[in-house]
Write a protein that binds this ligand. Structure first.
Ligand code: DGY
Length: 323
């Protein structure tokens, strides 16, 4: 089978692909950038298996470049870049990489939460800028995290892993979700509706599945429901938050700050965010540890090789598509 890898993956993962007998030809994006639409279409028309990234829009038109496409293996747990129903209609299985990035993503969420609360990025800039003239009682005072209320919007695997971390900080934990999660009891998380969560939380962390229903889940009205002293953290998908509304809320002091890993129109972001000291911004790196990105790659490769051999796929999103 001919396999297209739309962006180079960690070395051991590439090694597996390069050595696999099941793969007759391997084409890897030679550039240090995302493929253009034309390149993606040309590559899709060429390959049997597409190993895609979350930034590749795998829509019906792309699938129609190749009526023989055998698999779309997405290198991400999120798959909002893929039109899965269109793939199912065309008999193309789609796989993702669940389960292996929950802890790394929760770790990074925690880093962002702590960083924005305790003004770590500002403090680092301050030191590097040579501004430190000695200890002072009110220098760079932040906000405590321990014993505060954490609101988790979406208590899936990542939200749960975040709650586990919050317990070590003696936090009260609230969550909202489409349904009650029985495992919430294990971490002492209390189910409330989203508006109660927004009103009561000191930190609101977003972990919903992104689809049409969660588009702009956090907008002007929701930001106004939050405490003026509260912080918003988003590591899910950018469009869960109306970014322009967030900028307005921050400027108006309606919330105390924000920490973001994802943006509404990545790689762009609202430029004002970069000018605000109470905002911590990182470039979609929640799962970016060598171990986790390798584990994600291994799942994608397992699926690629299974498809080559005609074996069952380990993480198929649309099993009904497999003929
Ligand atoms: C995902 O997998 O969906 C993350 O956004 C990147 O790891």
């Amino acid at each position: 089978m001919k396999v297209l890898v739309t962006r180079r993956l960690p070395e051991t993962v590439m090694g597996r692909l390069e050595k696999a007998n099941e793969i007759t030809e391997l084409r890897v994006n030679p550039h240090d950038r995302t493929l253009t639409r034309d390149e993606l279409e040309e590559g899709t028309a060429w390959c049997d298996i597409l190993l895609s990234q979350l930034v590749d829009p795998v829509d019906a038109a792309l699938m129609d470049c190749n009526s023989e496409l055998k698999l779309i293996a997405n290198y991400a747990v999120g798959y909002n870049n893929i039109d899965v129903p269109a793939a199912t209609e065309r008999g193309i299985p789609v796989t993702n990489t669940p389960g292996v990035l929950d802890d790394s993503t929760a770790d990074l969420t925690w880093v962002l939460l702590m960083a924005v609360a305790r003004r770590i990025v500002e403090a680092d800039r301050y030191m590097r800028g040579g501004e430190y003239e000695g200890w002072a009682p009110t220098l760079l005072m932040g906000t405590d995290v321990h014993h505060k209320t954490l609101g988790i919007v979406g208590l899936g695997r990542i939200g749960f892993a975040l709650a586990q971390r919050a317990r070590g900080f003696d936090m009260r934990i609230l969550y909202s979700d489409l349904e009650l999660k029985p495992y919430a009891e294990e971490v002492g998380a209390e189910y409330v509706d989203m508006y109660t969560l927004l009103r009561q939380s000191d930190f609101v962390s977003l972990h919903p599945f992104y689809d049409k229903k969660s588009h702009h889940l956090i907008d002007t009205r929701e930001l106004r429901e939050m405490k003026r002293s509260a912080f918003l953290i988003n590591v899910s998908r950018g469009p869960v938050v109306n970014e322009k509304a967030l900028v307005k809320a921050l400027k108006a002091g309606e919330i105390a700050g924000a920490a973001l890993d994802v943006y509404e129109r990545e790689p762009a972001m609202e430029p004002e965010l970069a000018k605000m000291d109470n905002v911590v911004i990182v470039p979609h790196i929640a799962s970016a540890s060598l171990e986790t990105r390798t584990a994600m790659g291994n799942i994608a490769v397992d699926n690629v090789l299974a498809r080559c051999r005609g074996d069952a796929l380990t993480t198929c999103l649309n099993p009904e598509a497999v003929g």
